[in-house]
Ligand binder design. Sequence first.
Ligand SMILES: NC(=O)c1ccc[n+]([C@@H]2O[C@H](COP(=O)([O-])OP(=O)(O)OC[C@H]3O[C@@H](n4cnc5c(N)ncnc54)[C@H](OP(=O)(O)O)[C@@H]3O)[C@@H](O)[C@H]2O)c1
Length: 389
Amino acid sequence: MKNIFITGATGFLGGELLVDLSKRNEVNKIYCLVRAGSKEKAMQRLKKVFDFHGDVFDPERIIPVQGDLAQDDLTECLIENKMLADVNYIVHSAANTSFSPIYDKLVEEININGLEKVLKWSQSLKNLDSFVYVGTATICGKQVKNRTVTEDESPNPNAEHLVKYTYTKTQGEILLHKYLTEDKVLIVRPSIILGDSRPWIPRSYVIMWTLATVNFLRLIPGDAHCLLDMVPVDYVSSAITKLMFKKRKYNVYHISAGEAAATTSELLCETIAHAFPDQPKFNFIGREMLKDVKLWARKRLNDDSKLNDYPEYLDYWNSIMDDTSDLRILMGGLDPYIEFMELGQVFDNSRLLEENIEGVGQSKPAHEYIKNSIHLLENIDIFEAALEP
Ligand SMILES: NC(=O)c1ccc[n+]([C@@H]2O[C@H](COP(=O)([O-])OP(=O)(O)OC[C@H]3O[C@@H](n4cnc5c(N)ncnc54)[C@H](OP(=O)(O)O)[C@@H]3O)[C@@H](O)[C@H]2O)c1
């Protein structure tokens, strides 16, 4: 039986990982690094992770470790915590995933320095089998456009990044090799995690809010046809937990849709339109129109703007917003995501499929599996989400 130490278990993916790991026969105790004011509060946060989908919470096996990746003495606290000496696997899922430049410093602090603190502690573990690092396939950088990317192309120290987040995830991978030998490292790189393929509320609306925003606007300053690589959180968690306990051919894997199941904004919008048939038809006008949408929101649109060719949508926007300047909030939040989506990156998933893992075959395309939860778009507060992209 193996003991696990997991970070980020209160998050979108980490919550699924914690529950999946708790159900595995190989797993004994799971120590969870949790930010909380007290041990009781940390325990409550973990119980909530299990309660979310009615899974069994066993407080004898799920053990909170109060701590913060930003804490200066984290390494020392983990080393001094003798209960953790029997850890066999570290699953590092915690990260600050913000795309907003206002969080750049914090994103670096958590994703690079925080990781380094855990790595330093990992060196003191006598029985460490693997350090599982949850990376991201998007570290390949913005120079990669409209093609399929393989695992070996990253981490590329010369990659150019749209946001600090992907830069820090690249540096994280580089850092791993400074502290651990190759045989102890498992790097899993999900593509874009969108929703859950099961017919229930996902733990988090990360990325789903972009669909909710698109549903609200209907006239989209973006491209309809760029390929998007998206996978549901349950698929990602199942793949990671199964890879952990098997003899593997590689130590880096994309957890992605790949060429066979990549989707597009147009296909996703067809699924949305089916669920919300009473709103105007979707129309894509290109990302170059984003500036004009912002100008319209400020009532400063030039008369010769092409946006004036869509009066029915402008009337519609006037009818659904009390204050059209709110549109600037939405556009500010949406812009970095549109930029990402328009890179047209697809992440090769042949390594994962080659492993022939039971229950982890080719994932379904996002426009198919999202039908299960598309009605939930109505519940998302898009303005709130746009403020915390
Ligand atoms: N979502 C995606 O589309 C996607 C795609 C590819 C890769 N990934 C990777 O998957 C991992 C999980 O992402 P996610 O979407 O699940 O993120 P998430 O929902 O934002 O969860 C982040 C987790 O990290 C924890 N955390 C953040 N700052 C911390 C700190 N200072 N100290 C301790 N814990 C801290 C959070 O704890 P609190 O609950 O206390 O805030 C939370 O448990 C990340 O490594 C991310 O890079 C995500």
